[in-house]
Design a protein around this ligand. Structure first.
Ligand code: ATP
Length: 624
């Protein structure tokens, strides 16, 4: 210190202290803070509590801490479930900072293919899917003293099943004289009566007030092209607002978002006299490290623009966001139980989703939301999203319920029951995959039990487990991992090895990580990891064993029809098979745009379909 400088370490320490003090100050100024005592008291008094409070009021970050500080963890763990991994990761980081602890110790997170917790973790942020997987091994959830089901309004398929599982755990623990488990259900936008009734008339706590105001502006007239409208709105903001006032745009999917990001970067080059733009995409199949970039502070003198799907719609706080531009559209799964087909379709959001999107502004200062639809249009939106359980293929969930020994799936205590046809269809599909068998009731076969160990669609788990018969697990693991991420192929704007080879490096890295973890599960199940060399026949036969219900046959007119329901479908133009038109193909996904397109294809022989599922194909007659 003789030269008058403070040593680096000390300087850092005092900065850290300032930062921590600032965080504590922020915690105390949140609208939820005055309700702390009442909240703790209600959770102590009741087994289940419903909490409703404005977006940004502090529910997700504070309530788990309050309960911990009040000793409600009782030496066990407080679980906080989130529908999305990005929320689980970012919020746990924030809470670890607020608790001045390293992530993974007192505060941690657990999402598919990533577990950052230790034995000392007491506040565990996790995706709803991960808690559900834990319930397969431990239906009474004995590790937990409190389960907080956050963003309950999203009604993802996993959250809905968890509602029933957690409720059952609570009842059974009481019956068996074990320690009680508390349930807290939270959201800013939910049908409280419906929730309260389902959770045994749980009391509802209304938390008043929001931290910062948000102004909402609607379009004056109907917008025919929401993507164009969002760019126009962005550049109007960009030209008049100073740097560091960041913008979050909601669009619908990867391709649309990547194309918007490119257009924004191109247009920005032509604009002078405005701050530099840093533009980030954000969608679920981006690897974690790429998703996390959007949460970094905006560089000095710049404006951050985040173009996201609905993964940024709930829970998250993206630093710097002052403006939200809401296209009013979302890509959602739509399932037809008669055809058994899951389709991805771009549809209007519900009012609760629009409110959540608006709530992403105004978290650190007053905000503004531009809705690219008229107020009259907004009034026609449905109030709440249709629960995913009522619009998705249920095969995966039914498999998990059976793995938890819930044999009568139709009688399971769902908050809103799925249609009986959808449950029946799911059981039929699982029976065709040899995962279940019907005696008096449906029950898992040994194969089905093995399938339930994989965090995958049952068709993909079946493919993995079939691979040992064809000695091609090496190759199948790679294929399944690549299918678990969005496209690994890409149109290169500039040069590096990956770009020259048309490979999307980020998605490829994720696929590698997924493969590593699937391989671990295979090793635990003692499956021989062998390669079939250059011969692709075993691999394609193996894929047919899982995907035979997703097969299509070429017609004379040059179109395809699906063998399951004779729906007319086409090969997606991005496929290498677009021009060669083989007689029979398997597909991984159907997407409805101008036509119904099949994606991720594999050429097969009609005979293999008979070989793998003779009963299923008896009346469908492929190739005969
Ligand atoms: N990562 C972060 N960086 C900066 N501020 C944050 C961060 N996370 C939370 N905050 C601050 O804490 C406030 C409360 O966030 P929290 O997620 O707890 O609210 P919430 O009530 O759960 O909101 P929502 O219903 O939208 O999920 C935010 O409005 C913001 O001011």
């Amino acid at each position: 210190m003789t030269n008058g400088q403070i040593p680096k370490k000390m300087r850092l320490g005092s900065n850290e202290d300032d930062f921590y003090q600032r965080l504590q100050q922020q915690r105390r100024s949140l609208p939820i803070h005055p309700a702390r005592g009442r909240l703790i008291h209600e959770v102590q008094r009741h087994s289940s509590v419903i909490v409703i409070g404005e977006t940004g009021s502090g529910k997700t970050t504070q309530i788990p801490q309050y309960l911990y500080e009040a000793g409600l963890h009782r030496n066990a763990v407080i679980a906080v479930t989130q529908p999305r991994r990005v929320a689980a990761i970012t919020i746990s980081k924030r809470v670890a900072q607020e608790k001045k602890t390293e992530l993974g110790h007192l505060v941690g997170y657990c999402v598919r293919f990533e577990d950052v917790t230790t034995d000392s973790t007491k506040l565990k942020y996790m995706t709803d899917g991960m808690l559900l997987r834990e319930a397969i091994l431990d239906p009474l959830l004995k590790r937990y003293s409190v389960v907080i089901l956050d963003e309950a309004h999203e009604r993802t398929i996993h959250t809905d099943v968890l509602f029933g599982v957690v409720k059952a755990a609570q009842r059974q623990r009481a019956e068996q004289g074990l320690k009680h488990i508390k349930i807290v259900v939270m959201s800013a936008t939910m049908d409280v009566d419906h929730f309260s009734k389902y959770f045994n008339n749980a009391p509802v706590l209304y938390l008043e007030g929001r931290q910062y105001p948000i102004q909402v502006f609607y379009s004056v007239e109907h917008q025919t092209d929401y993507m164009f409208a969002s760019l126009v709105t962005l550049f109007q903001i960009h030209k008049k607002e100073p740097a560091q006032k960041d913008v979050l745009i909601f669009l619908t999917g990867q391709e649309e978002i990547e194309s918007a990001v490119k257009s924004i970067r191109d247009i920005a080059k032509e604009i002078t006299g405005a701050p530099n733009l840093v533009v980030y995409p954000l969608y679920s199949s981006l690897p974690s490290f790429a998703q996390m970039r959007v949460f970094q502070p905006t560089p000095e003198g710049c404006r951050k623009v985040v173009v996201a799907t609905n993964i940024a719609e709930t829970s998250v706080t993206i630093q710097g966001i002052k403006f939200v531009i809401d296209s009013g559209m979302v890509k959602a799964k739509v399932y037809n139980p008669n055809s058994g087909l899951d389709l991805l379709k771009v549809v209007r959001v519900a009012k609760d989703q629009a409110l959540q999107r608006t709530g992403r502004a105004g978290r650190e200062a007053p905000g503004i939301c531009y809705r690219l639809y008229t107020e009259d249009e907004f009034e026609t939106f449905s109030n709440t999203t249709v629960p995913e359980i009522q619009r998705c293929n249920l095969a995966s969930v039914v498999l998990q319920l059976l793995a938890m020994h819930i044999t009568d799936v139709a009688a399971f205590d769902f908050m809103d029951k799925p249609s009986p046809e959808a449950v029946k269809k799911a059981l039929e599909q699982l029976e065709l995959l040899s995962a279940v068998e019907k005696r008096e009731r449906y029950k898992l076969t040994p194969l089905g039990r093995q399938m339930a160990a994989f965090p995958l669609d049952p068709r993909l788990s079946k493919v993995i487990l079939t691979a040992k018969d064809f000695q091609c697990l090496e190759e199948i693991l790679t294929i399944v991992s690549v299918l678990s991420v969005d496209s690994v192929l890409f149109t290169p704007p500039n040069k590096q090895w990956c770009h020259e080879n048309f490979i999307d490096m980020r998605n490829m890295k994720t696929a590698q990580e997924v493969r590593r973890q699937l391989k671990e599960i295979c090793e635990r199940q003692e499956l021989p990891i062998q390669s079939c060399g250059r011969d692709t026949v075993p691999i394609r036969k193996c894929l047919a064993a899982g995907f035979f219900m997703s097969a299509a046959e070429l017609q004379r007119e040059g179109e395809y029809v699906t063998l399951s329901t004779r729906k007319v479908v086409s090969i997606h133009p991005s496929s290498v098979l677009f021009r060669c038109k083989p007689g029979y193909v398997l597909y991984n996904e159907l997407t409805q745009t101008s036509k119904c397109y099949m994606r991720d294809l594999c050429v097969i022989d009609a005979e293999w379909l008979y070989d793998t599922a003779p009963n299923y194909f008896r009346n469908k007659k492929p190739g005969r």
